[in-house]
Ligand binder design. Sequence first.
Ligand code: CP
Length: 305
Amino acid sequence: MKHILDITDLSVEEIGRLITVAEDIIQNADQYQDVCKRKKLAALFFEPSTRTRLSFEAAMLELGGSVIGFSSAASSSSAKGESVSDTVKVVSYYADIIAMRHPKEGAPVAAAAVSDVPIINAGDGGHNHPTQTLADLLTIHREKGRFNDITVGFCGDLKFGRTVHSLVSALSRYTGIRLVFISPEELKIPHYIKTDIVEKNHMPYEETRTMESVLPELDILYMTRVQGERFFNEADYIRLRDCYILTPDKLAAAKKDLCILHPLPRVNEISRSIDKDPRACYFKQVENGKYMRMALIMMLLGLLP
Ligand code: CP
């Protein structure tokens, strides 16, 4: 039994397999409609979500399976003091696979320690979000046709942005990737990501505060929201929340084949007027996430063709 707590729980070969299956699902959806018949997914969301929860649910329903779960801690017995471990142990009697989001970093590790069914980390605090990375990777693959030899700029809240941490970790296993981290001082990429992942894998990188100076170099621009819910001080959030806003005039200096990604939800950091630009790929990411979650559910249940 395999859990997906971190993107490195999947090998490069397994990610390649998931991409192949996801692309086949896109072409031949009908062939997958009964694959998970009589299987149940539990979606345990202790923290708000739109895309991740609903795409896991849509993924399981499109595979012919069923879904149970809750969308907030308040509507579960965790509101009465039940531990994550007990909650997961109980749910593993009802479901074949569990997707779990929790505000505490490491909560999915505690869940996996007691679960009798596969656990998928659907986002833990400011730590990791491996299935968003699967959505990101399929989008990069479909837009660029490769993972090697690209310059990727990450912009915004790189401190709390768990999708950034997971994608940097995923990209560290390919060659020729150059990283540009664009953030204010207070929201810089965590030191451990630089030392344990970027530097350890000899990835060239730079850190900067200004988006404009590096935009022309980028093949991929990964925008992120400043995560107000993880700040201790509201005044700091208000001061930093609009530190980067991507607008059409800034984009004029970017490559014609730039791929703009954003895990969403968006607040102000990408102007709505960019949505129709062919370089805007963030709604494609949403759709790709469902296909990769379908492939992942099948893999973890031993149902891949
Ligand atoms: N990208 C993402 O995790 O979105 P949700 O918070 O809506 O699930």
